[in-house]
Design a protein around this ligand. Structure first.
Ligand SMILES: Cc1cc2nc3c(=O)[nH]c(=O)nc-3n(C[C@H](O)[C@H](O)[C@H](O)COP(=O)(O)OP(=O)(O)OC[C@H]3O[C@@H](n4cnc5c(N)ncnc54)[C@H](O)[C@@H]3O)c2cc1C
Length: 458
């Protein structure tokens, strides 16, 4: 018997390691290990979504009379004990490139080797293995040029049930309680969401993805909201890429571009294991971040007095998801207008996002914080101009900031620049801006460019 250890790949279809194991001689025994240390790295809500996904996977195996082993603890100990108890011939798993994921892989490989059993580690979570590309690119577009020359593999078929699962023991532990409604977990709901998006919204994706009013009213779209399924491995990247169809269509082309951003950050993490804790750019001086607990508290509470920032932060608290546009604006506001270290924001997002993915979160935060891969010297999103451009009717802001529901769209958008008296008359329960828009912009320009323009010689 061979063992297949499910990690961040909670699916039977388009699972590189599972399909490869089943193609070898012996029957493949699926194994799920509940690992508190990996849960800590995933974040609270992402962990809850992960555990729901494990439960859905286990149920799908058992529905097909396939046995699955569920255990709790250190994976190396669990897998070592399983080999000792059942005489396993080989162990297969898919690679996880996070710091804890790497440590877990190394320990499992060692535990297998100590027993004379081969551990085969497959690459499943990306379309193009980062190890096959250059280790460092000066920009996203340079990465994309190389990445596009590779032809992604087709989605892998699910192994037939008769090739799987001799032993059935243990139960998937209940998901930890979280104060947010989780999307339905598992391969089935993930595929339904993918199909609904492709049918209803992909064609308009290139033109509509930043339409925040559409994000409030449309039942499906303008964006896919597939990120929790992709991040938790309930959908394989090859499946999502193939479903988008040929790139002649502008919606498909743009959607595949977004998947390429994801690959870019996975590539960064593979080559920079400390991406979530250490500045990526070592050639510039560290930014002189401020300490300001009151400002951070206002930001997390969605009470900065900048309506689009607050709408995004409240969407995060309420749903564990933020549309990409307010995600960028809220993150930029923290790093630039408030001059708070990107690590503070990344940790808060990691705690609350259902779609938390260490590579995408850290990579995007570093890009926003001017310590990562953005080629612009000091990019600052103006939260007022962004609201005017992407939420001109203030539909998204009103959805998430009820104090502003009876205020005109023009006043909502201009809120941080209104007279204090006008604000008090229009919506007394809503916040005044916690920083002056122009002064905060100038301070960010000065401090960030001082760091970016200095060289460390590294
Ligand atoms: C500060 C910050 C933190 C972020 N943290 C995460 C995170 O923890 N997990 C995460 O999945 N995404 C993260 N993103 C990227 C992006 O915001 C989300 O992937 C996207 O909003 C998810 O919504 P969607 O599935 O509807 O995206 P769609 O627009 O439908 O895009 C399809 C898929 O492409 C990928 N994608 C799209 N944009 C990006 C991007 N900029 N970077 C990486 N992948 C992308 C995602 O897998 C997404 O599901 C972050 C962005 C910012 C600015």
């Amino acid at each position: 018997m061979q063992l297949f250890w499910h990690r961040d790949d909670l699916r039977r279809t388009d699972n590189v390691g599972l399909t490869a194991a089943a193609a070898e001689g012996e029957v493949v025994q699926p194994l799920c290990v509940s690992d508190a240390v990996r849960d800590g790295e995933r974040g609270r809500r992402a962990s809850a979504m992960h555990h729901r996904g494990v439960a859905a996977l286990v149920a799908s195996y058992r529905d097909d009379d396939v046995g699955v082993i569920c255990a709790t603890g250190d994976p190396a100990e669990v897998i070592g004990a399983t080999i000792d108890a059942h005489g396993v011939s080989a162990v297969h798993c898919n690679r996880v490139d996070t710091p804890v994921g790497r440590r877990r892989t190394a320990a499992v490989v060692t535990a297998c080797a100590a027993r004379g059993v081969e551990c085969v580690v497959h690459v499943d979570h990306v379309l193009v293995d980062p190890a096959t590309l250059a280790p460092r690119y000066p920009s996203y577009s340079a990465f994309r040029r190389d990445w596009q020359t590779e032809t992604p593999a087709d989605p892998k078929p699910a192994p037939p049930p008769e090739r799987l699962g001799e032993i059935d023991e243990g139960a998937a532990p209940a998901a930890p309680p979280v104060a947010v409604e989780l999307p339905s977990a598992g391969e089935g709901p993930a595929r339904e969401q993918l199909e609904a998006f492709i049918t209803a919204a992909l064609a308009a994706y290139a033109d509509r993805r930043d339409d925040l009013a559409g994000a409030v009213t449309a039942e499906v779209g303008p964006v896919s909201e597939l990120s929790p399924y992709i991040a938790r491995g309930m959908l394989g990247p090859r499946t999502v890429y193939a479903a988008a169809g040929p790139p002649e269509d502008s919606g498909a082309r743009k959607f595949r571009d977004e998947l390429c951003w994801r690959e870019f950050y996975q590539h960064l993490l593979f080559h920079n294991p400390q991406l979530a804790s250490v500045d990526y750019r070592t050639d510039q001086a560290p930014i002189d971040w401020r300490e300001d607990p009151a400002a951070v508290a206002a930001w997390t509470a969605g009470m900065t007095g900048y309506p689009l920032v607050d709408a995004g932060m409240r969407q995060l608290t309420a749903r564990g998801y933020i549309h990409n546009r307010p995600r960028q604006v809220a993150a930029s506001f923290l790093c630039k207008h408030l001059l708070i270290d990107w690590r503070v924001g990344a940790a808060h997002f990691a705690d609350l996002l259902i779609d938390h993915d260490l590579a995408s979160n850290a990579g995007n935060w570093q890009w926003i914080g001017s310590t990562g891969t953005d080629t612009v010297r000091c990019r600052i999103f103006d939260p007022v101009a962004q609201a005017r451009k992407y939420d001109p009717t203030a539909a998204f802001i009103r959805r998430w900031v009820p104090e502003l529901r009876s205020v005109s769209a023009d006043a909502i958008i201009a809120w941080p620049t209104l007279d204090a008296g006008d604000r008090a008359a229009a919506a007394p329960a809503y916040a005044d801006p916690i920083v002056d828009r122009d002064a905060a912009y100038d301070r960010a320009q000065q401090v960030i460019t001082a760091a970016v323009d200095s060289t460390t010689g590294a």
